[in-house]
Ligand binder design. Structure first.
Ligand code: ADP
Ligand code: UDP
Length: 236
């Protein structure tokens, strides 16, 4: 496999073509952004930790029957993935109220949500990733009703698998964001799963162990990511 030119530079990752039309290289950088890219800082070791964390989680999901983009790790900061046609929609599953839900509905942070909720946001930084519903996705042609049904079913399956995995490590999976794409006609989980895109609280103390430490200026961001990785047994 040969790495070729940069295809896209996102806020946290760079995406490269390869000599295989079906494969891309994802490079995890140390850039850490919040508030739709309005605040960006470099955090030492973040690229490496998220790359290895993501590889570990994607492999667990694949074993549980969720089709993922993951092919293999290439080094500390890079992995090889399937090249997906991304659906520009973020799927958010919540088990406890936090973040934008608390702001939008004025509910108490930490309230247990039963059943877990499933939300959609348009992936568009300039518009601040607006909240959308299923009919918008179909009406604007971002995805079909069938693709949406699969994305929802897979998101809830991911929640089932990972809630258990994190629970066993003494962590609550509060909420998370997933992105899907199409690979040879099949809906496949893309992008990344790392503490940048989910909320994890210590089960006993409710200490925040995710990107909220960065968003809220709590400090110890990477130390918390590393502790989560260590509790899960992710080799760093
Ligand atoms: P952003 O675009 O939100 O700033 P990143 O910095 O994480 O995000 O950039 C990674 C980009 O690569 C995202 O736009 C994401 O949708 C896209 N992407 C992730 N995985 C794949 C994949 N397997 N195939 C094609 N594109 C992908
Ligand atoms: N999230 C993300 N990228 C986004 C927006 C949200 O990874 O562009 C994640 C976020 O880390 C959290 C979940 O999705 O785990 C729900 O986020 P929320 O809607 O509460 O938004 P926030 O106020 O955190 O931006």
């Amino acid at each position: 496999m040969e790495k070729r030119e940069e295809l896209y530079r996102g806020k946290a990752k760079s995406v490269y073509k390869t000599d295989d039309a079906d494969r891309l290289v994802l490079l995890f950088r140390n850039d850490t952004s919040a508030f739709d890219g309005k605040r960006i800082e470099q955090l030492d070791r973040k690229g490496m930790v998220n790359n290895k964390f993501n590889a570990f989680i994607m492999q667990k999901l694949e074993q549980a029957g969720v089709p993922t983009q993951f092919d293999r790790l290439l080094g500390d900061n890079e992995c090889l993935v399937k090249k997906l046609d991304m659906i520009p929609v973020e799927c958010v599953v919540r088990n406890y109220a936090a973040g934008s839900l608390v702001k939008r509905l004025g509910v108490e942070e930490g309230k247990k949500l039963e059943p877990s909720t499933f939300e959609l946001f348009l992936k568009n930084d300039a518009m601040g990733d607006p909240f959308i519903n299923e009919s918008h996705v179909v009406a604007f042609g971002w995805g079909t009703a069938e693709q949406l049904a699969t994305m929802k079913q897979l998101s809830l399956k991911v929640n089932e698998v990972l809630s258990k995995l994190f629970d066993d490590a003494g962590l609550l999976l509060v909420d998370f964001k997933l992105e899907f794409g199409v690979f040879h006609g099949q809906i496949v989980l893309g992008d990344e799963f790392s503490p940048d895109g989910c909320r994890l609280w210590d089960k006993e103390t409710r200490k925040k162990m995710d990107k909220d430490r960065f968003r809220q200026g709590l400090g110890g961001v990477i130390e918390a990511y590393e502790e989560v990785a260590q509790r899960l047994g992710v080799p760093l």
